[in-house]
Design a protein around this ligand. Structure first.
Ligand code: MRU
Length: 350
């Protein structure tokens, strides 16, 4: 059966008549499809920080809409006052999470309106912010379609693909995501594809979100624990591994969900092609390598408590909970798929 992308509401929408953002609260999935309204800049900040919305492109888009929402609440004609309020809101949102570069890029894209329209009245600046946020949203859809088309060309009927974390529509606010785009596109083309979703400890985006959205779109999916990946690769043919990215350094090193590097290592050992799917907005060419990518450290309770009422670890144990890792460019054996085509980073290093 072909994918039915109408079955899920968008991960993020905006109602201009009430100046309200509506998100799927991803912390409640898959048990509850809970739509949550965001009406203040604090709501937006905590939705990003607490991972009610997550995934690099969606974090960026949420912050961009958050700035539009906030701009509409500042009742002033004073351009300088308006700018100073917006500037502190922009810095506030940028402090929500450190690793995904899309957050910084989208906030800067919105804030650059003050340079482009220097001296313009507040009302005109708000109109331009609205326009830019719309462009950012449209760009995501175009990027997903292009990534889907390029990535699907590496797949054939009957293939099984492995993926990690969630880099689907729930992670972009679009319809296909990045790493799941080749699968959705292949499915639309009539290929029978099935997906193995690694659970993705500690927050379980693979099991809770990827399996949920693939199942909603009628794509066969099987979930495994992260520590089963090696055995699965040994036992059955895996055509490819597709993952997303939070930031890609100039040399092709990729920061993505913690565990991606481990999966790439297993893929290398089992000769499974490893692809990273990401829009070019995830490239950070100011950073020469992945060593310079800031890796978020999150609350240890994510690791010890999961969704249980009490900790599964003794209180005296310290917890190390980096949220992302860096996969060196030479381990991305398939390549990096962007909306502009295909890039094999190793080829650029003599
Ligand atoms: O902590 P998360 O859930 O925001 O991490 C998400 C990922 O690592 C995704 O793979 C990445 O952001 C790409 S989403 C298209």
């Amino acid at each position: 059966m072909k994918g039915n992308f109408k079955s899920l509401p968008p991960a993020l929408s905006y109602d201009p008549s009430t100046n309200t953002m509506i998100i799927i609260d991803q912390t409640a999935l898959p048990g509850r499809l809970s739509l949550k309204k965001l009406t203040t800049i604090d709501d937006v900040f905590y939705a990003i920080k607490n991972m009610e919305v997550r995934g690099a492109p969606l974090i960026g888009l949420t912050a961009a809409y958050g700035l539009l929402l906030y701009a509409n609440t500042i009742r002033t004609d004073d351009r300088l006052f308006f700018w100073s309020q917006m500037k502190s809101a922009a810095n506030y949102l940028k402090s929500a999470r450190p690793t995904a570069v899309n957050l910084f890029r989208d906030v800067d894209c919105v804030m650059s309106v003050f340079r482009t329209l220097a001296g313009a009245p507040v009302e005109k600046i708000i109109d331009e912010i609205k326009f830019r946020v719309g462009i950012l949203k449209e760009a995501i859809i175009k990027q997903e379609n292009a990534i889907g088309k390029t990535g699907a060309a590496f797949l054939k009927d009957g293939d099984t693909v492995m993926t990690y974390c969630n880099a689907g529509a729930l992670a972009t606010g679009g319809k296909k995501g990045t790493a799941l785009a080749p699968i959705y596109t292949g499915h639309e083309m009539g290929l029978n594809l099935s997906v193995i979703a690694c659970e993705t400890r500690p927050v379980l985006q693979g099991m809770r979100l990827t399996a949920f959205e693939l199942a909603k779109n009628n794509v066969p999916v099987q979930v495994i624990c992260d520590n089963m990946a090696a055995t699965v690769m040994k036992q059955q043919p895996i055509a490819a591994i597709f993952v997303g990215a939070d930031r890609i350094a100039a040399n092709g090193d990729v920061a993505n969900k913690i565990g991606t590097y481990g999966l790439a290592t297993l893929a290398l050992a089992h000769q499974v092609p490893f692809y990273v799917c990401a829009p070019t907005s995830t490239l950070d060419l100011d950073l020469p390598s992945g060593d310079a990518i800031p890796i978020e450290q999150r609350d240890g309770a994510e690791l010890t408590d999961l969704w249980f009422a009490s900790s599964m670890a003794v209180q005296t144990a310290s917890v190390y909970n980096p949220s992302f890792d860096v996969t060196p460019y030479h381990m991305i054996t398939g390549g990096i798929i962007t909306e502009n085509g295909f890039w094999k980073p190793e080829a650029h290093h003599g």
